[in-house]
Design a protein around this ligand. Structure first.
Ligand SMILES: [Zn+2]
Length: 228
């Protein structure tokens, strides 16, 4: 399984040549895009042939995780290509706009759902964020957990314990008080679960070397592919 980080910033990019949340997970011919924030579409087009995109999973519907889906609809029109999109049903106005394009074939998931896409199996776990956010466990030849956006909660540890790698929203400054995890929680997750953390969702004002020399914590880099 491999993970390409298309964008890691939130809630807005960090200047030129950066992007908000977007991750491409590939195993053999299965290619899943997890989240699609601003700046992600151009990088996705550069990374793969969109005709080969198997599915999209959206952890939640905040703009920095979804906004590039809107122009993607135009591309799918031109290609006449349908893409399955999995996410939790929220019934908000933005959801109706986001999935208006007929090429997005939406399926609503919850904590009991199991989704098989190619040779990857996805299951879901609700985290703790101001809007409903389901983390995902992607099982292939490795197990990759992705938290989406969340503050520290029991389910983060539960997902981490099932994962070889946990792509986690844990890059806010130490002591951060809000709906994401400050860097201190990355250490706690490693201690509690023994997993390896791929730290992401940096605030534009967070220093990039926040996890320098920390064992089992990798601060991910944009446009880098990680062979898990
Ligand atoms: Zn969010």
């Amino acid at each position: 399984m491999k993970l390409t980080v298309l964008g890691k910033y939130g809630p807005y990019p960090n200047g030129a040549n950066t992007a908000c949340s977007g991750y491409l997970i590939e195993q053999d011919s299965t290619k899943i895009l997890v989240d699609c924030g601003s700046g992600v579409l151009s990088r996705l087009i550069s990374a793969i042939d969109i005709n080969e995109l198997s599915a999209i999973y959206l952890t939640h519907l905040h703009f920095d995780h979804t906004s590039d889906l809107l122009p993607m609809g135009y591309l799918l029109d031109d290609l006449n290509k349908d893409v399955p999109v999995y996410t939790h049903l929220t019934n908000c106005e933005y959801e109706k706009i986001l999935f208006k394009n007929k090429h997005f074939i939406t399926t609503h998931i919850d904590g009991n759902s199991i989704v098989n896409i190619g040779n990857l199996k996805l299951s879901f776990m609700e985290m703790c964020h101001p809007v409903i956010n389901f983390g995902v466990l992607i099982e292939g030849d490795k197990k990759l957990g992705i938290t989406g956006d969340t503050k520290y909660c029991e389910n983060v540890i539960s997902l981490a314990k099932q994962s070889d790698y946990l792509l986690a929203d844990c890059s806010k400054p130490i002591g951060f008080n809000g709906p994401h995890m400050g860097a201190e929680w990355a250490l706690e997750i490693v201690k509690e679960s023994g997993t390896t953390i791929l730290a992401t969702h940096l605030s534009p004002f967070t220093q990039n070397d926040i996890f320098k020399n920390q064992e089992r914590i990798i601060s991910v880099e944009e446009l880098k592919t990680y062979y898990l």
